[in-house]
Write a protein that binds this ligand. Structure first.
Ligand code: SAM
Length: 248
C-alpha cells in the first residue's frame, strides 16, 4: 500500500512527467513531420493488424480515407469512429463533429453513418487561444486548415453543413436538431465543455458523444468530469485515447 511518504516522493516525478508530456505535445502540434512519423506510422500498423480480422470492404474504406489527409487519429480511433457511425445510422437523426481539421474524421462519419445531415464545426483557422495551463502543450492556430480546402476534399459527400467559427454553444444554428452521433475533437477544456453542454441535452435516446484525447489531454478529461459532476451518467473509456457518453 502507498504510504504518505511514498505519495509525497512521487509528486516531483509526476510533475516532471507532466512537463515532459507538455513539451512533447508542443513538438507534436508544431511539426507535421513528427506527426507523420509517429501518428501516421502507428495508424498504418494498427490498420494492418485490424485488417487481419475485420471485414475487408470496411477496412479498405478506412485505410483509404486515413491516407487521403493528415489526421490525428490512430488506426484504432479511425476504426472506432467509422464503426460508431455505421451503428448509429439505425438511430437516425443528425450527426455532428466539432474539430474537423482536414476532414478525415468527418469523411469516416459521413461514409459510415450516411446521416440526414452532418454538421461540421471548426474555426478553420486552428485552435483558439488555450488557457494558461493548456498553453504549455498547445498554441493558438495549431491544426489550421482552410474551409475552402476541407470543402473541396469533402465535395463528394452529401448532406454536409459547414459552420465556420468558434464553437461556444451559442447561436449554433442547430438548436432544434436531435443527434445520434457527435464526434468531439477540439483538444481544449473550454471548447469540450461548451460542446457537452450544447449537445448532450440534444442527443436522441441511445445517441453517442465520442471524444478524442480523453485520456491524453487533461483539459478534455476535466471538461467531462465537470459536466458529469452531480449527474448519474458515466463515460465509457475506450482502449484508445477516446471516451464516449451514451444518452439514456
Ligand atoms: C486535432 S484537430 C481535429 C482533428 C480531426 N478530427 C481529425 O481527425 O483529423 C482540432 C480542431 O479543432 C478545432 N477547434 C478547436 N477548438 C474549437 C472551437 N472551440 N470551435 C471550433 N473549432 C475548434 C481546430 O481548429 C482544429 O481544426
Amino acid at each position: 500500500m502507498e504510504t504518505i511518504t511514498d505519495i509525497a516522493a512521487a509528486r516531483p516525478a509526476r510533475a516532471n512527467t507532466a512537463r515532459a508530456q507538455a513539451a512533447l505535445h508542443q513538438i507534436f502540434a508544431r511539426s507535421r513531420t513528427v506527426r507523420r512519423l509517429t501518428v501516421g506510422t502507428l495508424a498504418r500498423i494498427e490498420l494492418a493488424i485490424l485488417g487481419g480480422h475485420k471485414q475487408k470492404p470496411v477496412m479498405q474504406v478506412i485505410r483509404r480515407v486515413r491516407a487521403e489527409r493528415e489526421s490525428l487519429l490512430s488506426g484504432n480511433e479511425a476504426f472506432m469512429i467509422h464503426s460508431l457511425a455505421r451503428t448509429q445510422r439505425a438511430v437516425g437523426g443528425t450527426m455532428a463533429e466539432v474539430g474537423v481539421f482536414q476532414g478525415c474524421s468527418a469523411k469516416l462519419i459521413s461514409l459510415g453513418g450516411r446521416p440526414e445531415r452532418l454538421h461540421l464545426f471548426d474555426t478553420f483557422e486552428g485552435l483558439p487561444q488555450p488557457d494558461q495551463a493548456e498553453r504549455k502543450s498547445m498554441g493558438q492556430g495549431h491544426y489550421a486548415a482552410s474551409l475552402e480546402a476541407v470543402q473541396a476534399y469533402l465535395s463528394d459527400q452529401p448532406n454536409l453543413v459547414f459552420h465556420k467559427g468558434l464553437f461556444t454553444g451559442v447561436d449554433t444554428g442547430c438548436e432544434d436538431e436531435r443527434f445520434s452521433l457527435v464526434h468531439l475533437d477540439v483538444d481544449l477544456k473550454e471548447g469540450t465543455l461548451a460542446c457537452l453542454e450544447f449537445f448532450y441535452p440534444r442527443m436522441l435516446p441511445g445517441g453517442i458523444i465520442v471524444s478524442h484525447d480523453y485520456s491524453y489531454l487533461a483539459g478534455v478529461r476535466e471538461a467531462f468530469d465537470e459536466y458529469l459532476a452531480g449527474r448519474p451518467e458515466r463515460v465509457v473509456e475506450l482502449p484508445t485515447s477516446q471516451a464516449m457518453l451514451i444518452k439514456r
